[in-house]
Ligand binder design. Structure first.
Ligand code: SF4
Length: 445
């Protein structure tokens, strides 16, 4: 029996893809290594969206290589498609899979010829594979489609992620993603529905639709100026089909941009209570000057108008966001505009990212840089505001009953529809609570 470790860094798309890899390995006779035991195969699904993420990925590679010196080491994910110099110091024995097709080829080759396999399907012999390095022409990216196939279940989580889209060609100036996952791909609607049915049959009550640019599902570009606006938004009809599936307690969308939030989409939120009123809309900055430098596809006014419409049309939606502070050239006045719009929206949660230049992006070359101490101070201010706004948002629900899906049982706790965690330890459970159980909880504090 061959044992594997999969180590995942980064976003929901990476987490979904790691789950696909795990499913494939299990179905081919591999089994997970017990904690602390060495593995025969280590797959590291890396991230390189920021310099910090890239350096965490490199650290993970070194650490896992040290802990599993004789394991066959495969590096996949975004760092494996990043420029060669970013990975030059990593173990030379590692095999690169810059794309999931390549990864599948490598994994298949590890099974060896069928006559050399154990009854469970894994190779009797030590793994062998002709190592290719990143700068070999053979390791360049294949088109980004999904070779691993649908998930049957999302192991280890009550919420199942379902990847329906890949790729972005927008080129926001701080972002490396369009260099790594440029080609847009949308999972066909039938495949999405079948996968969602399988996830529900496996007992998941909540599905989170994920993608690199979710709002570009069904389109061949994420650049809005190239969209044919005479055509209807393809996302709402897809959502309706998913939302009608039996036993789907909750559907959540991982992230959208303001222009994705069309009237048709808000109407779907109104019509289907299992589409939870939580929208993650990355703002990044409240200053139009900075949004323009970032090459974002909206203005602060458009952003604010969408939030107001959501708040008018839906019952107290949880609007969450990402903000970058200290983008090159961000003045005190620009920053104050960000603070102001955050107050006006009243975010349920803000993820605050101090700007750090990502190599090979346009923003890394932009001037003038904001001094580190100023970035720190601005980030602290927004974090304080976040604490205040989160509290204000949650306070509205005191005395009301919310629906919670338990993620843990000792003590019982889970997320409500609007995504905040609810401590259910004071609730009266007639039977011992179980993970994944849907409970109604009256909020007392
Ligand atoms: S929309 Fe912008 S931030 Fe998002 S993945 Fe594309 S380039 Fe990156």
């Amino acid at each position: 029996m061959k044992h594997f470790i999969i180590h995942t860094l980064g976003c929901k798309v990476n987490q979904y893809e790691s789950c696909q890899i795990e499913q494939w390995l299990r179905s081919h006779g591999f089994c997970p290594a017990s904690p602390g035991s060495p593995a025969d195969l280590v797959v590291i699904n890396t991230c390189c969206v920021t310099q910090t993420a890239a350096s965490k990925s490199r650290q993970a590679v070194r650490k896992l290589h040290k802990q599993n010196p004789s394991a066959f080491l495969i590096l996949t994910g975004c760092l494996s498609a990043a420029p060669v110099e970013e990975t030059a110091d990593l173990p030379k024995t590692a095999v690169w899979a810059a794309d999931k097709h390549q990864l599948l080829d490598i994994l298949r080759s590890l099974l060896g010829p069928s006559e050399d396999r154990e009854p469970n399907g894994t190779s009797k012999a030590p793994f062998s594979y002709k190592i290719k390095h990143k700068n070999d022409p053979d390791t360049q990216q294949f088109p980004s489609i999904d070779p691993f196939g649908p998930l049957n279940s999302f192991s280890g989580q009550t919420r199942a992620f379902l990847k329906i889209q890949d790729g972005c060609d927008v080129c926001c100036t701080y972002c490396i993603v369009p260099k790594i996952r440029k080609k847009l791909w949308s999972k066909p609607a039938d495949a999405i529905l079948n996968e969602a049915k399988a996830l529900l049959a496996a007992g998941h009550k909540e599905i989170v639709l994920t993608g690199i640019f979710l709002g570009a599902w069904g389109r061949n570009t994420a650049r809005r100026k190239n969209w044919d606006l005479s055509q209807p938004n393809p996302l709402p009809p897809l959502l309706k089909k998913i939302l009608r599936l039996p036993n789907l307690e909750r559907l959540r969308l991982s992230s959208l941009e303001p222009a994705d939030v069309t009237d048709e989409l808000i109407e779907v939120y109104q019509q289907y209570p299992n589409l939870v009123p939580h929208l993650h809309l990355p703002l990044q900055s409240g200053s139009d000057r900075i949004l323009k430098r970032m090459a974002r596809q909206y203005t602060s006014e458009e952003y604010l108008n969408i939030c107001r419409k959501l708040q008018e049309w839906l019952d107290r939606p949880a609007i969450t966001t990402d903000i970058i502070v200290g983008f090159p050239g961000e003045s005190e006045e620009d920053f104050e505009k960000t603070v102001e719009i955050c107050r006006q929206v009243g975010f349920a949660k803000m993820h605050v990212f101090p700007f750090s230049p990502r190599k090979d992006t346009a923003a890394a070359r932009m001037k003038p840089p904001v001094p580190a101490a100023v970035i720190r101070r601005r980030a602290e201010r927004l974090q304080e505001l976040d604490t205040l706004l989160q509290e204000q948002f949650r306070r509205q629900f005191i005395g009301q009953t919310v629906r919670v899906i338990l993620e843990q049982t000792n003590p019982p706790a889970g997320r409500c529809d609007r995504y905040f965690m609810v401590d259910c330890s004071a609730a009266d459970f007639p039977e011992p609570p179980i993970q994944g159980q849907v409970v109604s909880i009256r909020l007392t504090r």
